[in-house]
Design a protein around this ligand. Structure first.
Ligand code: AMP
Ligand code: MG
Length: 499
């Protein structure tokens, strides 16, 4: 069944003509129509208030830097013309979970960012046919975390969905404790997940699978249309993007926490921020999600799980590819792409301009030292930017971050020899390293500070934190405390799937 005709959207009940004309409804994935998407009314937040507005992103989308009441209501689910939800399924924690779908996400329409159409999606605007036992809501806490994390990853240059706004309401929402409702407005070229493909493959709806694949190729992977087997080319391209994303996460110490196939973007974007975490103390086996009791999604497992998820996408595309060897061949590109991207990322983190034989050993040797000392990951690499090649006696502050000082001295001797081998110059190297080793990441305790203030009706911490994280490589004089390790009270913070 064809989708609704593409048209300029008019949002009902709004009074600012400029703003009401910009959202294009019926386009994007909505164009696929049933069974991929269904139009579902929103259940708006009562008496909404502003929590956050991303002025820079808003302006890039052609929206005002200062939003009016109309946008407050619209982004709280009021007056939506034909909001839609999509059907997907997925593997959760390695097990087939059956039908899932947008249980609390409504897409309002499209806006344009740098010439590219972007879907504008509300998360938490009420129940949908896919809500199952859920209430269709999101809480203030998780909405702030998603807002900050999206913009933190964007600031780091890592592919991600974006966040335009958070609105809140006094509406009570039951999680482990009673909390209040909020909606985060997300922005992405598409929110299509691996799970969308799995859904139609599982039900044997091969026509729907083909239409979804054609849609994704036509919009986002046009080069695949020319390949002898377009679905195979798509799988190979998605495996490449996913491999790159995993390398980028590993390099900044980002743990997603719930890498289920329904949370994997077909565009290789970081998607669905829940119990994620940036590592403070480095630990290969760090698990950020307290619900992940077996550590399936531990830091050092993410690259392997990225591959596993691509393999699940491969099985879903099997009916279109038609040959297991061809699926395997498409997936074969994942490991080399990941390894190359990871090697590049760590070479850059170490300030090495020229690739050499032993770089892997040098990087992994340092990670082992950090792991043994549980040293602060972000802080250590940022401090390493200032290392003086010919002055080991100035290493004090760096080696004091580790328990095994002698082991650090041995590593630093190798590192210095390596730097000398490419005639590395301190000032140049420091500058280059400070462009890839952030000073600021979204540590859990920082998100918690913003959440606590927001609960008290104060949003300046959130605003300032968002501003710092948008430019995480800059020094931000006066904000240095936010580059610091977690305070004692943060030791008890626990992050679960509840959101
Ligand atoms: P998540 O764990 O957030 O990735 O969500 C997994 C599935 O559960 C998706 O289909 C979500 O739409 C759905 N879901 C999660 N929380 C809720 C909720 N509060 N209400 C309705 N559906 C939800
Ligand atoms: Mg999800």
């Amino acid at each position: 069944m064809p989708g609704p005709a593409l048209r300029r959207g008019r949002m009902q009940g709004m009074n600012a003509p400029h703003e009401t004309e910009v959202l294009e409804t019926g386009a994007g994935m909505a164009g696929l129509g049933a069974p991929h998407v269904v139009v579902v009314p929103t259940d708006p937040l009562p008496d909404p208030y502003w929590v956050a507005w991303n002025a820079a992103l808003a302006q890039a989308l052609g929206l005002p830097a200062q939003p009016d009441q109309g946008w407050l209501r619209r982004l709280s689910g009021h007056g939506a013309e034909s909001p839609w939800c999509s059907a997907y399924a997925g593997h959760q924690f390695g097990v087939w979970a059956g039908p899932l779908g947008d249980g609390r996400a409504h897409t309002l329409g499209l806006l344009t960012l740098a010439g590219q159409p972007q879907e504008i999606q509300l998360k938490g605007a009420g129940r949908t046919p896919f809500s199952r036992m859920g209430d269709g809501r999101a809480v203030l806490r998780s909405s702030i975390r998603e807002y900050l994390a999206s913009e933190a990853l964007a600031g780091l240059g890592i592919p991600t969905t974006r966040a335009l706004a958070v609105t809140g309401s006094a509406l009570p929402v039951q999680r482990e404790t009673l909390e209040t409702a909020a909606i985060v407005t997300r922005v992405a070229p598409s929110f299509i997940r691996f799970g969308h493909f799995e859904h139609f493959a599982h039900h044997g709806h091969h026509d729907a699978l083909q239409r979804l694949t054609d849609h994704v190729i036509a919009r986002f992977y046009p080069e695949c249309a020319q390949a002898p087997v377009p679905a195979q080319a798509l799988l190979a391209a998605v495996a490449q993007r996913t491999a790159h994303l995993m390398a980028r996460w590993q390099a900044v110490g980002f743990c997603h926490g719930v890498m289920n196939t329904d949370n994997m973007s077909i565009l290789g974007l970081t998607l669905d921020y829940g119990p994620f975490g940036f590592m403070d103390g480095f630990d290969f086996h760090h698990v950020c999600n307290h619900s992940d009791s077996h550590g399936r999604y531990a830091y050092d497992q993410q690259p392997r799980i990225g591959w596993w998820n691509c393999a699940a996408l491969g099985s879903a595309l099997m009916p279109l590819i038609g040959d297991e060897d061809a699926v395997r061949e498409a997936l074969d590109g994942y490991a080399p792409a990941f390894q190359a991207a990871l090697a590049d990322a760590f070479r850059a983190k170490l300030g090495l301009a020229v690739p050499m034989e032993d770089d892997y050993r040098l990087a992994s040797g340092l990670l082992t030292l950090l792991h043994e000392s549980h040293a602060d990951y972000t802080g250590f690499f940022r401090a390493l930017c200032g290392l003086r090649r010919d002055a080991p006696e100035s290493d004090g502050p760096l080696r004091d971050r580790l328990l095994e000082r002698d082991a650090f001295d041995r590593w630093a001797r190798d590192y210095r020899a390596r730097l000398a081998a490419e005639h590395s110059r301190d000032e140049e190297r420091a500058q280059a390293m400070r462009r890839v080793n952030p000073k600021y990441v979204l540590r859990n305790y920082l998100a918690e500070l913003a959440i606590r203030d927001a609960r008290d009706g104060r949003f300046d911490t959130l605003e300032m934190l968002a501003r710092v994280l948008a430019a995480p490589f800059d020094e931000h004089p006066g904000q240095e405390a936010w580059a610091g390790e977690p305070p004692d009270w943060a030791g008890t913070l626990s992050v679960s799937c509840s959101s």
